[in-house]
Design a protein around this ligand. Structure first.
Ligand code: UD1
Ligand code: UDP
Length: 371
């Protein structure tokens, strides 16, 4: 099959890295990068680290409001799809690049394949929820990562073309697990970041969701991180540039116990998660990775689409939203300073992470449908 894949953001580059080698064994792929993410640390660095080929088309869209960003993508994608005439357009996840890829293809009558279909937060204030709902309703193939995603689609009347394939990001995490499991990886990372990192001796955080960038939310999680981190046990916060800009706009300075670092590479991020005492995040990808790696994880959102990850964590993952007292209470329960190093060492000894087989399932399903 001849497939145009559309990516644009950090998590989509990561998902593409999981699927691409498998997809390209069976299909011809044209790779389009919308350029929604554009900093070296958010996009460029992942090409080299994850062996991604240069895009066949780089749309250079960049940031901007939702309408402006999506409109630029629609305008720039259409001539490419008209020219390439693919059998399918493949989109990942729930970003504006996902929406633009699905909408442009559907309007041209090109079948859409949606990887990570069926996830729902049931909160239409989230831009991601709107993107997912539209992409799912326009898709011919709906590759669902979880049984809940399949059920969500059925509730909306979508049953045709739905396939439970598992989670692509688990395939990639399993591929690099051996590179991150030795606590010695923290040595060079700490050196590069200018801090001493010990196994179980720090917390790791990422925050970027739109709802966590409004002034009240910024103040709330900044106070929680200030209380959670200390010079003895810092919070290492890999800060998304959009969140950094929001903090600067509000004039908010983070506490000394919060070590703010640039967005990190994929293996570094997995390493920082795996050896942390606990992870605090609003990221969809990071919360699943924390689940697979067995690290305590506090989800800084009111709800999550990844209900299985939380349900199967045995209480190790907790949705805490912006409730500071709850976050600190759960940290005290799940990651006490005195026992966290031993817990982290035990995780490093026992890590077993199998691939989900999602990449192979997606490639095979598309092959079965090839014209
Ligand atoms: C987007 C996705 C979100 C996903 C996240 C992954 C949408 C609506 N949101 O959010 O679902 O979880 O990517 O990280 O598609 N910026 C930079 N440099 C970059 C990228 C962004 O400075 O390389 C700044 C810009 O100020 C930009 C802002 O971040 O305007 C927001 O970026 P954008 O891509 O619109 O949304 P994200 O918050 O990254
Ligand atoms: N990630 C990364 N560097 C960072 C923060 C996250 O490589 O500094 C990775 C993370 O390990 C996961 C993916 O980015 O694989 C998640 O993407 P992100 O949090 O940007 O978006 P979301 O998953 O919430 O859509």
């Amino acid at each position: 099959m001849r497939i145009v894949s559309v990516v644009g953001t950090r998590p989509q580059l990561i998902k593409a890295a999981a699927l691409m080698p498998v997809l390209r064994r069976r299909h011809q792929e044209v790779f389009v990068d919308t350029g929604q993410h554009y900093d070296e640390s958010m996009a460029g660095a992942f090409f080299a680290e994850l062996d991604l080929p240069r895009p066949d088309y780089s749309l250079g869209v960049g940031g901007g409001g939702h309408a402006e960003q999506t409109a630029k993508m629609l305008e720039r994608l259409e001539p490419i799809l008209l020219d390439e005439r693919p059998d399918a357009v493949l989109v990942y996840g729930d970003t504006n690049s996902t929406l633009a890829g699905a909408l442009t293809a559907a309007k041209l009558g090109i079948p859409v394949a949606h990887v990570e279909a069926g996830l729902r937060s049931f909160d239409r204030r989230m831009p991601e929820e709107i993107n997912r709902v539209v992409a799912d309703h326009l898709s011919r193939w709906l590759f669902a990562p979880t049984p809940t995603a399949v059920a969500n689609l059925a509730t909306e009347g979508i049953v045709q073309g739905v396939l439970m394939v598992g989670d692509l990001m688990q395939d990639l995490a399993a591929r690099v697990a051996a590179d991150v499991r030795d606590p010695a990886v923290l040595g060079p990372i700490g050196k590069r970041l200018g801090m001493r990192l010990t196994s179980g001796g720090y917390l790791f955080a990422t925050i970027h969701r739109a709802e966590n960038r409004n002034p009240a939310a910024l103040r709330s999680w900044a106070a929680t991180l200030a209380a959670a981190g200390s010079l003895d046990r810092p919070v290492v916060l890999a800060l998304h540039p959009g969140t950094r800009a929001a903090l600067e706009r509000e004039g908010i300075t983070l506490a000394d116990g919060v070590a703010v670092v640039e967005p990190q590479g994929y293996r570094t991020t997995l390493s920082l998660q795996f050896h942390a005492a606990a992870v605090l995040t609003d990221s969809g990808g990071v919360q699943r990775e924390a689940a697979w790696l067995g690290v305590p994880c506090l989800i800084l959102r009111d709800r999550t689409e990844w209900v299985e990850a939380v349900a199967e964590s045995g209480g190790r993952m907790v949705v805490v939203g912006l409730d500071g007292a709850k976050t600190l209470g759960e940290l005290a329960r799940l990651a006490p300073a005195d026992t966290s190093p031993a817990l982290a060492a035990e995780r490093a000894r026992t890590l077993r992470l199998a691939p989900a087989g999602a990449a192979a399932a997606v490639a095979a399903a598309l092959e079965a449908a090839a014209p």
